[in-house]
Ligand binder design. Structure first.
Ligand code: HEC
Length: 128
């Protein structure tokens, strides 16, 4: 009887330890996926961060006036603000259901770039 209790206590302890350790592991993994350590999303600047992301990944197709892909031009702040306000910028780069996945025909933007755009919009999508 006493022996059984000792075993049960140790098993109990082992389970608790296991939960604690695996819990910590999970937390760290999630944190890294959501906020890559080298990805600074505080006070995101349009000119320093967002404009280069769009220039490098979107403007090749989304420029040229009426000839731009989907009729959408993304060559300056005012044009980009249009797809910020209708929700299509975030929807398309996150590949959300109901949006055309962008950039078209190539791999999704990096987690950091998507986080930067998300944070910039949350911070007011300023022309900063
Ligand atoms: C290789 C060319 C190409 C690139 C690069 C590209 N797009 Fe597109 N994009 C298109 C085409 C073509 C359409 C029109 C698709 C259609 O209407 O079927 C489109 C449509 C869109 C739309 C409208 C989607 C909708 O659901 O109405 C948005 C928003 C958009 N692109 C944003 C972007 C952003 C942001 C980037 C960069 C991260 C980007 N695109 C990169 C070709 C491109």
């Amino acid at each position: 009887m006493k022996f059984q209790i000792i075993i049960r206590n140790n098993v109990f302890r082992a389970v608790i330890l296991l939960l604690l350790f695996s819990g910590t592991g999970c937390y760290k993994d999630n944190e890294q996926t959501m906020y890559p350590s080298d990805c600074n999303t505080t006070n995101v600047s349009f000119s320093q961060s967002i404009s280069p992301i769009i220039n490098n990944n979107c403007v090749s197709c989304h420029s040229g006036g009426i000839d731009a892909s989907g009729g959408i031009n993304l060559t300056n702040y005012d044009e980009i603000l249009v797809i910020v306000n209708n929700g299509k910028l975030l929807g398309s780069i996150r590949h959300d259901a109901g949006f055309k996945p962008m950039p078209e025909g190539t791999s999704q933007l990096s987690d950091c770039s998507i986080s930067m755009v998300d944070a910039w919009i949350t911070q007011g999508a300023l022309n900063n």
